[in-house]
Design a protein around this ligand. Sequence first.
Ligand code: IPE
Ligand code: IPE
Ligand code: MG
Length: 235
Amino acid sequence: MIPNLYKIPKHVAIIMDGNGRWAKRRGLPRVFGHREGAKTVERVIDIARDNKIQWLSLFAFSTENWNRPKEEVEAIMSLLVEYINTKVPSLIERNVRLRFMGRRYNLPEMILNTMEEGEKATEHCTGMNLVVALNYSGKAEIVDAARKIAEEGKTDITEEEFRKYLYIPEMPEPDLLIRTSGEKRISNFMLWELAYTELFFTETLWPDFGEEDFAQALYEYQSRERRFGRVLENK
Ligand code: IPE
Ligand code: IPE
Ligand code: MG
């Protein structure tokens, strides 16, 4: 899809937004948007794999999303469980390792078990890492790390040391963040990890997101100059 294979981001993070509006525009209940959004996830995994992206992380459910109507929360949770249960064999076939990122300790047991089964079943896959942020909050991730550090009685903490206490310490920081649906905010996603990430916002709603939008995001990324606070020598 991308003719120019140079500068492919190692880690692409996506805030999958706009499912509700997609459904509303069609006069359908919001849950139809979530169902359609799950299909986009499949498409995006294949596009990311085709482009040799090593890490793909998807914001699926935030800690704040529990404040939505009970029926919607239940529908999203059952979609997630259904997704894991039905897609794991195809993830294995595609050599994709599934992991979850977020607070685990207060999740319903059935959901937690399903997540852990999915992680275990794909543990040996090396083609791509798929990280699903579920019950995730960037602030909570930092607080949870600080708690663990305090529990261990550590005092001499550097950034490098702190990183080891994040949910997935080996996950590289995202190079590119995509947010769909026209909203231009982070909504508590990966606050630590996004420090120097390139941001790409598109009006496309998540259920409509496809190859062209992904390509546009990658082209835009490739045209950016990442400086990390430095002055580049050739400038
Ligand atoms: C994103 O779509 C999915 C979740 C947050 C679970 P939304 O449900 O936020 O859709 P909009 O933003 O209301 O359109
Ligand atoms: C962010 O989307 C969370 C996910 C995509 C899971 P929201 O729709 O919850 O964010 P806000 O409320 O528009 O900031
Ligand atoms: Mg939204």
